[in-house]
Design a protein around this ligand. Structure first.
Ligand SMILES: O=C(O)CCC(=O)C(=O)O
Length: 294
């Protein structure tokens, strides 16, 4: 890596707030290729009803099913594999977690116009704790992201501890249930930015996004990177599937796991539900337990 791809201010912002934004990193022709590929994957999967590739929004648009997530895009097409090791992104990630980098997983959230689902407050690492917290989530906006179409929002500087994501019965709920967090006063910081911008976010930073009721989609491609010596500590059927797809992108595999960062909370997570399903079930349960106005 010749010149540092992140300025000292961006590195300081990431360390202090747990997030930094690289505005307009990708050009229009790269975005065009990604859009074409996504359209063809979605059209094929919706037509064949293949739910192993994508998850659908619960609401239809004009009587048609619409996608809310493409699972593992790096497994689907080389355009995504190429982008996850694009030097502009990977050099920036190297500044934050060092030279030995693997891809933990990828996903693509579609947030379609009018019916795009919300994502509730959560920490990524709560779903897949590791021996240290040198994991960076890169969120690549493929469309202009605004407050109206549900851009990402974060609570800056809250990335130094695992927060509880379990309900009163001790089951993993997919969203933050920690009392101190849910009653907090800290304001959310929305991160609107043009298509092609990349957000680099610490894996413990609480984040969420509002539903999209606007006429504009907000597709976001997500790469979860980790230092090679950050080793998953959760043994589960889902973790086994994820690990099969994890890939070394740069540097060397680790010979030993590094123990560092805050003590990981272990998710009590049965089955293989998506983030959206877990969060929706939790909200439905909470609404029954604490009806509005009760
Ligand atoms: O797409 C979003 O708004 C947030 C994505 C996210 O946090 C996730 O899928 O884990």
């Amino acid at each position: 890596m010749a010149e540092s791809p992140l300025s000292p201010d961006q590195i300081e912002e990431y360390r202090r707030d747990g997030v930094t934004l690289l505005p307009s990193l990708l050009d229009a022709s790269t975005l065009g290729r990604l859009h074409e590929t996504i359209d063809s994957i979605v059209a094929g999967a919706v037509e064949s009803g293949d739910t192993s590739i994508l998850e659908l929004e619960p609401e239809e648009v004009d009587g048609k099913a619409v996608a809310r997530r493409i699972y593992d895009p790096c497994e689907r097409h080389q355009v995504f594999r190429k982008l996850c090791s694009d030097t502009r992104i990977l050099d920036a990630v190297e500044c934050l977690i060092g030279p030995d980098i693997s891809l933990h997983h990828s996903k693509l959230n579609m947030k379609p116009p009018r019916v795009g689902s919300a994502v509730e407050w959560h920490q990524d690492l709560a779903y897949f704790p590791h021996t240290n917290d040198d994991l960076v989530t890169a969120l690549v906006y493929l469309d202009d992201a605004s407050i109206e179409n549900g851009c990402l929002q974060v609570i800056p500087a809250l990335h130094h501890a695992y927060l509880d994501h379990h309900d009163e019965a001790g089951q993993f709920s997919g969203l933050i249930t920690d009392e101190a967090f849910t009653s907090r006063a800290a304001p959310a910081r929305p991160l609107p930015a043009p298509a092609g911008s990349v957000i680099l976010m610490h894996c413990l930073l609480p984040h969420s996004s509002l539903p999209n009721r606007s006429r504009d989609g907000r597709r976001t491609l997500i790469f979860e990177y980790r230092a090679c010596d950050a080793v998953p500590i959760l043994y589960s059927p889902r973790a086994a599937v994820t690990e099969e797809k994890a890939r070394l992108l740069r540097g060397r595999p680790a010979r030993s796991a590094r123990l560092a960062g805050p003590p990981p909370l272990l998710p009590r997570l049965d089955g293989d539900k998506s983030l959206y399903q877990l969060q929706e079930e939790t909200l439905a349960r909470q609404a029954v337990e604490n009806p509005p106005g009760a």
